[in-house]
Design a binder for this molecule. Structure first.
Ligand code: FE2
Ligand code: FE2
Length: 477
């Protein structure tokens, strides 16, 4: 095991794949199926483009990436784990203190496989959701960024498929094939989780998705990076370094949209949404509605507020809390309690439940803290222009389909309403068909001149890596 990656092998890796012939052959068999999926479901019409991408060359913190032009089908997807930590232990649950597992403990096999498959399924799903967006990119810089995100989500699929092939034998191989068969939004064979079957119809949705939903990815990967199953922990650690870029794309993307809108509003002294739209930028009310949508569907990804599955994942040592080893407690949670929200007598209230059953809610709360900080940064951008509008996270009970709030009709301020009251307000709170039509009408055709940006988005502060903003990030050939 080295931190340098072997690019001589057909499948780049730092796990000494060549030593396990059976595994290598199984993965080499899966590889053409993966490529078939990429050609079918990867970014539309992009196969011949030269894209200025980063590729992992080492798993070291410094210098893990090289930047160069790559045709995406030739991207070196591979298997990269951070090096093992000597003497690492299971750090929580009933097995706390045991040496970390290098193989799957038999009694946890199906639970662990389910965790890996559920995570793995999200990776190709987002590529499928985003595949048409390259056709209406606001700049070459943004086009390159979405392609970078897409190839790395493809690599994340490789990461999970490696674990399935290496540790789960025949059923692992079957799961790996099924990961290429499901399709985002397909009626008969959809992706596993709800948010990954929603369309990503435009670039505002894409930036919201990478800000909110890729960040769910970060929190899920972080808690899997605490796993007592060491290969899972090590692969998730490396995936997190890639995830950081996806969230950067989302945060700066939304930030540049609100910046542009607020600048145009200040310059023209308009604040009415229709007037703002007439100036060719996206009104902040529409941005707020997109935010409400993406935030609420992403909160559902964390699962039920009260969850015995989450308790089992934790007790067994398979999935920890966010930054588990930095938390000062017994890491068993035998007597601890945690607050979860619920609806009682027509009101949202908190109730204390055993902390072990509230682990989804705890992870969701950790997530919300980080999301709020990002929203605060967007508001600073708006504030600088003198425009008084502020973006707000809705109450976490708003528009939920999973957990204690599912089936209730709750406003963004957390008031429980009747279905009729809620429906009357729906288009104020969530994007309407008219909003989508308006946003998509701005995003017909893509901007291909280096250094040029669509009217509805501000340029970034700097380019990619060491390149200037007007660099030719994508060559169409
Ligand atoms: Fe990912
Ligand atoms: Fe991601």
């Amino acid at each position: 095991m080295t931190s340098n990656i072997d690019y001589i092998d057909k499948i780049p890796n730092n796990v000494d794949l060549g030593r396990d012939r059976v595994l290598q052959r199984a993965l080499e068999h899966w590889q053409p199926a993966y490529m078939g999926w990429w050609y079918d479901m990867g970014p539309n019409e992009s196969h011949n483009y030269d894209v200025y991408l980063r590729t992992a060359i080492s798993v070291d913190a410094e210098g893990w990436a090289v930047f160069d032009y790559v045709k995406m089908p030739q991207y070196r997807w591979g298997i990269f784990l951070v090096p093992p930590t000597q003497g690492r232990e299971v750090n929580f649950g009933v097995n706390k203190g045991q040496p970390a597992w290098q193989d799957v403990p038999g009694e946890y096999r199906s639970m662990l496989r389910r965790l890996i498959v559920t995570q793995g399924d999200t990776e190709p799903a987002s590529v499928e959701q985003q595949r048409m967006l390259g056709m209406c990119a606001p700049s070459l810089y943004d086009l390159r960024n979405i392609y970078q995100v897409n190839v790395e989500e493809g690599r994340h699929l490789w990461a999970m498929v490696y674990l399935l092939h290496r540790y789960f034998g025949r059923d692992g191989r079957e799961e790996a094939e099924a990961l290429l068969d499901r399709r985002s939004g397909d009626v008969d064979n959809p992706r596993i989780l709800g948010a990954f079957n929603e369309p990503t119809p435009d670039w505002l949705a894409f930036y919201m998705f990478t800000f909110f939903t890729d960040r769910d990815g970060k929190f899920q990967l972080s808690s899997l990076a605490e796993s007592g199953f060491d290969p899972l922990a090590r692969t998730c650690r490396f995936m997190l370094t890639e995830e950081a870029h996806h969230m950067f794309v989302g945060e700066t993307g939304v930030g540049r949209i609100v910046q542009r809108t607020a600048e145009v509003m200040a310059e023209n002294k308009v604040d009415d949404a229709d007037h703002v739209r007439a100036l060719g930028v996206i009104d902040l009310e529409t941005v707020q509605r997109y935010l409400n949508f993406h935030y609420s569907v992403t909160l559902d990804l964390f699962g039920g507020d009260v969850s015995s599955n989450a308790a089992s994942f934790y007790t067994t040592g398979l999935k920890g809390r966010y930054e588990e080893t930095k938390i000062q407690d017994d890491h068993q949670l035998t007597d601890a309690t945690y607050k979860v929200g619920t609806v009682k007598d027509g009101r949202v209230i908190d109730e204390e439940i055993p902390a072990l059953n509230a682990l989804n809610e705890r992870l969701r709360d950790d997530y919300i803290g980080e999301v709020q900080a990002g929203v605060d940064r967007w508001n600073k951008v708006i504030e600088k222009t003198g425009v008084p509008f502020r973006l707000r996270l809705p109450h976490k009970s708003f528009h939920r389909q999973i957990g204690n709030f599912a089936g209730h009709h709750i406003s963004p301020t957390g008031d429980v309403l009747t279905e009729k009251q809620w429906n009357a307000k729906r288009d104020e709170w969530l994007p309407s068909q008219a909003d989508y039509t308006f946003v998509q009408a701005m995003m017909t055709g893509r901007v291909v001149e280096p250094g040029k940006f669509a009217n509805w988005i501000a340029p970034p502060r700097r380019g990619v890596h060491t390149q200037p903003i007007d660099f030719e990030y994508v060559r169409f050939n």
